[in-house]
Design a protein around this ligand. Structure first.
Ligand code: R5P
Length: 217
């Protein structure tokens, strides 16, 4: 099975958790794209979705799914999103597609967070995937120096601008043994908008597609 088939497997398994007439939070990425398409194909009736990116908004609308403003939607029933890495405690690295800030907001505003991915995303220690950090543009070099002092090697994601008009530093070389502490520490740096670590609010359930079937934890 190829990676897309494994992602598809996880996306389909997540559909079973969607309740009729609920309001969903929708993440971003290739796995979420498959989830949106599967939800539309199965004609699941939901009240609407709060989207974490322009990319997902376009896809939801193309399927005729109502995209709601988080300010009026209130607390969301369920958030579905992919990840770049997950450890066994369901702590995640996200932001490979640059949507981390809105993803973190929508995850925080949701009662339940289900992460869908293929099994290659499961790691023992987070940090092999470069950690995305969204920064206010004028703070980029300052934040980069602080990240070096903390032992990372930040790389500017050149030519990329987030949906919020900010920039991304991808931090290589981190072995994130205490993700909760690192998320707090990096959040404190002036100029950091969002750190792509989802450890203080981990997923409630991770669904992984694998050649031997779906794995959940
Ligand atoms: O900013 C992007 C998101 O955090 C994605 O959830 C993450 O990059 C995983 O994407 P994919 O499902 O394409 O592997």
């Amino acid at each position: 099975m190829n990676a897309d088939q494994l992602k598809q497997q996880a996306a389909l398994a997540a559909l079973a958790h969607v309740e009729e007439d609920s309001i969903l939070g929708i993440g971003t990425g290739s796995t979420v794209d498959l989830f949106i398409d599967a939800m539309a194909a199965q004609k699941l009736r939901i009240r609407g979705a709060v989207s974490s990116s322009e990319r997902s908004t376009t896809r939801l609308r193309r399927h005729g799914i109502d995209v709601l403003d988080l300010n009026t939607a209130g607390e969301l029933d369920l958030y579905i999103d992919g990840a770049d890495e997950s450890d066994r405690h369901r702590r995640l690295i996200k932001g490979g597609g640059g949507a981390l800030t809105r993803e973190k907001i929508v995850a925080a505003a949701s009662r339940r967070f289900i992460c869908i991915a293929d099994e290659s995303k499961l790691v023992n220690v987070l940090g092999k995937f470069p950690l995305p950090v969204e920064v206010i543009p004028m703070a980029r070099s300052y934040v980069a120096r602080q990240l070096v002092a903390l032992g990372g090697q930040p790389v500017y994601r050149e030519g990329f601008v987030t949906d919020n008009g900010n920039q991304i530093l991808d931090v290589h070389g981190l072995s994130i043994v205490d993700p909760v502490q690192m998320e707090s520490d990096l959040n404190q740096l002036a100029g950091v908008v969002t750190v792509g670590l989802f450890a203080r609010r981990p997923a409630d359930l991770v669904i992984l597609g694998s050649p031997s079937g779906v794995k959940t934890f």
